[in-house]
Design a protein around this ligand. Structure first.
Ligand code: MN
Length: 565
């Protein structure tokens, strides 16, 4: 079973770590009486299969040394260097997390989040560890089983999914299900085992048929296989379909792997030519990938014998990404560890990649100011955050419900102050428009424009609120200090129309503000009028209110104001 170790030369850090771990754990046994090192080897083998680097494989071999033996992190650092020690430290911390009900929870969880957000390799090794623990869970006591199964289904499986490791996520959920929902699990086994077999045999019949059809069209797929739906996800789906198994069309899906994206679409067309597709069941996750990065074409057709059958069409790269998620990026891009703290630490190139990696990194920010941290670990991790894109392709992290104003202040306070308009995906939207993940946001500014107190009604970010409140407050202060002698001067540009001046003065009258000076000049060529109004200020003067009312006077084009000391 240690065949894979032979890939590494004797003097490599992997072999050294193996020998060190074997010695350190030599007196330990696992619950099934295996020598403890079997577990370490298994975890490291998984990490090896995921194509992670040697430091990760060494850290996987050493992951329980600090926790379970008398060796310290310092000793690991001395022997294997800081990088491996850093990874082992992260893994050791993960081991010590206590879940709800204890005082130390939140702080430890923060350590977990911080450690893995610094280096995702920690969490990937942890997932390999968790996979093996789940595979050997039957040897533990029932209360431990339940606890570990619960953590797995509530924390680690969703995390694997977010990392794009769909295959692992499904497996972890399936492994946890019999411990968490024994009755439901039994029901499933009783009801679907036969069905799975039948569907599997059917898929085997479809395979040669699809191969024939594709070759008639000069397409040679790299691979065709069938995939059985995971039990846990099937159960979740059944709950939404009144437990009616005949409504589930993707118990077994056929997966066609081809050479290029063009071929994906060609194959889709060919399938639709031979078998009629079900309406509304064609999903193009290539054009619109899932938020975790998943790409594929899905379609459901009336296949041989008129049986409803799902096909998934993708390239090899998409396939490996779907199976291995983030680990596939290591394999494809060979990222050096020295780059991992920079913006391009995963070598991300496209927006799609940037987006989900950023989401993961921002996860910890959401958590660190939440007492309800466990809630945020479950389900949709990022439901409270959105991620929008600047024209420069940067990803900006905002709370859900944020508006273009929040975005503008996030970019720069001056852009926020001077914001007059916004475009989302090239369409003009109002400033209180609610942004969504993936939106491309462009802000229009006007030089010298001041923030509006009205924005406070809809903006979401503390940064924007603080900035606007400060602005409003200092202005009020300045006004009240200079109470009597100060003059407030408005310069209004408006349409040249009869009655305009009268309506302007009425605004001031209604607000009980004395006008000291009023003048207007019309430029006959442009048909515009410049109006100057000087008025007294008072401590309770509401500048925003005056401006708002003036804006409402028909014909007002622009308002500028200043304080005369
Ligand atoms: Mn372990």
């Amino acid at each position: 079973m240690t065949e894979w170790l032979k890939n590494y030369p004797k003097e490599s850090v992997v072999i050294k770590a193996y020998e060190f771990a074997r010695e350190a754990h030599k007196d330990e046994k696992r619950a099934n009486n295996d020598p403890y090192i079997i577990h370490c080897l298994k975890v490291a083998e998984t990490v090896h299969n995921w194509h992670l680097d040697e430091s990760s494989i060494a850290a996987a071999l050493l992951h329980d040394v600090v926790e379970d033996t008398s060796f310290t992190l310092k000793e690991i650092g001395k022997k294997f260097g800081q990088e491996i020690a850093f990874l082992v430290d992260g893994l050791t911390k993960l081991e010590t997390i206590k879940y709800p009900g204890e005082e130390t929870n939140i702080e430890n969880l923060r350590k977990l989040i911080v450690s893995f957000s610094k280096d995702l390799r920690v969490i990937i090794i942890k997932l390999a560890d968790r996979e093996h623990n789940m595979q050997t869970l039957q040897y533990l006591m029932p209360n431990r089983q339940r606890k570990i199964a619960w953590e797995t289904s509530e924390i680690y499986a969703p995390l694997a999914y977010r990392l794009g490791m769909q295959q692992l996520a499904g497996e972890l959920e399936d492994l946890a299900m019999p411990y968490l929902y024994p009755e439901e699990y039994k029901w499933l086994i009783d009801n679907v085992t036969e069905l799975y077999e039948e569907r599997h045999n059917y898929a085997e019949r479809v395979k040669p048929e699809i191969l024939k059809i594709l070759s008639e069209n000069n397409i040679k797929p790299l691979q065709i296989d069938s995939r059985a739906k995971h039990y846990a996800s099937l159960y979740k789906k059944l709950l939404r379909y009144d437990m009616q198994l005949n409504k589930i069309y993707d118990l077994i899906a056929l997966r066609i792997i081809v050479k290029s994206i063009e071929e994906c679409y060609t194959v889709l067309g060919i399938i639709h030519k031979y078998w009629q597709p079900l309406l509304g069941r064609i999903k193009d996750y290539i054009a619109r990938p899932k938020i975790n990065g998943y790409r594929s074409l899905h379609t459901t057709v009336f296949c041989i014998d008129n049986k409803i059958t799902e096909f998934q069409i993708r390239t090899m790269e998409m396939h490996e990404e779907a199976e291995m998620g983030i680990a596939a990026h290591w394999a494809y891009q060979q990222i050096k560890s020295s780059e991992r703290h920079s913006r391009n630490w995963l070598g991300v190139k496209s927006r799609r990649e940037l987006l989900w990696v950023e989401q993961l990194r921002n996860w910890q920010k959401t958590l660190s100011n939440k007492s309800d941290y466990l809630e945020s670990l479950r389900g949709d991790f990022f439901k409270e955050r959105i991620f929008v894109i600047t024209p420069q392709n940067d990803v900006i992290d905002l709370p859900a419900g944020s508006t273009p104003i929040d975005f503008a202040y996030q970019i720069h306070s001056e852009i926020g102050d001077e914001c007059v308009g916004a475009k989302i995906n090239n369409k003009i939207v109002p400033l209180d428009y609610e942004l969504h993940s993936g939106d491309l946001v462009e802000i229009t500014t006007q030089h010298g424009k001041k923030p509006s107190a009205d924005w406070l009604k809809f903006i979401k970010t503390a940064l924007a609120k603080k900035r606007i409140k400060n602005f409003v407050r200092t202005h009020e202060k300045r006004l009240s200090k200079k109470a009597e002698p100060a003059n407030l001067e408005f310069k209004i540009i408006c349409e040249d129309r009869q009655g305009y001046l009268k309506e302007i003065t009425e605004v001031f009258e209604k607000l009980k503000i004395n006008i000291n000076y009023l003048n207007s000049q019309t430029d006959p060529r442009h048909k515009f009028t410049n109006v100057t109004v000087k008025c007294e200020t008072s401590p309770n003067l509401k500048l925003e209110k005056i401006i708002l009312k003036l804006k409402k006077v028909p014909g007002t084009a622009e308002i500028n104001y200043k304080l005369n000391r």
